[in-house]
Design a protein around this ligand. Structure first.
Ligand SMILES: [Ca+2]
Ligand SMILES: [Ca+2]
Length: 379
């Protein structure tokens, strides 16, 4: 398989999906997200017996690229609690072991409070009136300050920096919120270069009962399906792929489908061409595809091979090609998609009408190919 669009770190995507993924969706059609792998917050095992993070723990997204450095660019804030502790997680665009960062979590859970992060220093302020301030100074020192700037180390539970997964997590005792009435409270993260006098990044204040919903993540694979065998089954099961460099490893479409089923994350594929679907029928793979489509786990975008639908053909030729493909697809009980993918995204503006009249609600395009048609798409 090859990945046409390099998907950068997941959290970057969460912060700014549309900015990072340059998918050329064309005007003139009713567009909707094509995608559509729902993103889950990373459920990477937390260290120190901290709980797993789930997407509902994600309270706030913050833009990437709004900091003086990637190592201090906060992109997401999470919180959760159990009977003993409050747990927080902050995703950083590129947390490294060498990151120079003082991270503050301001907690506003009752009336009154402070905005200054350092007593007497008005350069460094939160937007909320915090009553409790957790300070993680350059990863070596931590404080839990009350509104009188008194540190309460007894309230600090633990912390961890995950430089590979680019987040830090930490927890404090529930007792730290003295006189808390139990209602949702507000948190804000501020990142500062260690011992500096200016703010690198500041997230929006977020309530602990807030939700960002689930972000959309687009992963585009090409050449996932192949319709001639015995190569085909290897393509699916991965036996023969790159065996020289990856001895004993299997990788192929099957494993992606396994993951989709295991985690219940819907998948849209764009390269199951008609003749390939017929090949997959012979191999029995379509049984699985039909089953997954029936459970709304799989949308196989309608597409045609080279020379069937082409931008240089008359409209009636393209119209007939689409129509016959739909008929053939229905004959093997592969559900039609509401999305059409022109072969390698080659099409002209005039083709949009043809596609729309064929009943499609959106097209899938790949920015990579726009140069073939003289830059007719812009970002
Ligand atoms: Ca940021
Ligand atoms: Ca307050």
């Amino acid at each position: 398989m090859c990945v046409y669009l390099k998907v950068v770190k997941e959290n970057n995507l969460k912060a700014n999906t549309t900015g990072l993924i340059k998918i050329a969706l064309l005007a003139g059609l009713t567009l909707y997200q094509i995608a559509l792998v729902d993103h889950r917050a990373s459920a990477a095992p937390a260290s120190n017996n901290q709980p797993l993070w789930e997407h509902q723990d994600l309270k706030c997204l913050d833009p990437w690229g709004d900091s003086d450095s990637n190592v201090r660019d906060a992109v997401a804030v999470y919180s959760k609690s159990d009977i003993n502790f409050f747990y927080f997680r902050v995703d950083i665009l590129d947390l490294t072991n060498e990151s120079d960062i003082d991270l503050y979590l301001a907690i506003d859970y009752k009336d009154g409070g402070n905005t200054k992060l350092i007593n007497g220093n008005s350069d460094l302020s939160s937007d909320i009136q915090w009553d409790l301030l957790v300070a993680l100074n350059n990863k070596t020192e931590h404080k839990v300050l009350d509104s009188s700037y008194v540190d309460h180390p007894e309230y600090f539970n633990n912390s961890d920096y995950q430089s590979e997964l680019d987040f830090t997590e930490f927890s404090i005792s529930r007792d730290a919120l003295v006189d808390w009435d139990g209602s949702p409270f507000t948190v804000q993260v501020i990142a500062i270069p260690h011992s500096s006098t200016y703010i690198s990044d500041k997230t929006s204040p977020a309530a602990t009962d807030a939700s960002t919903g689930r972000a959309k993540l687009v992963l585009v694979f090409g050449n996932m399906f192949i319709g001639y065998g015995p190569h085909a089954i290897s393509w699916y099961d991965g036996f023969a792929m790159d065996s020289a460099n990856r001895k004993g490893e299997r990788r192929g479409l099957r494993y992606l489908l396994d993951a989709v089923e295991k985690y219940g994350i819907p998948l849209t594929t764009v390269d199951a061409q008609l003749e390939i679907l017929l090949g997959l029928e012979y191999l029995g793979i379509n049984d699985r595809l039909r089953g997954m489509a029936g459970k709304d786990l799989l949308d196989i975008v309608d597409t045609l091979s080279y020379a069937f639908f082409m931008p240089w053909q008359p409209e009636d030729v393209d119209t007939r090609a689409i129509s016959r493909a739909k008929t053939a697809r229905q004959a093997i009980s592969i559900p039609l998609s509401e999305i059409f993918y022109p072969y390698e995204a080659m099409l002209t503006a005039g083709d949009l009408n043809t596609i729309k009249k064929a009943g499609y609600k959106a097209i899938f395009g790949i920015d990579r190919y726009r140069y073939w048609l003289d830059d007719w798409i812009t970002d």
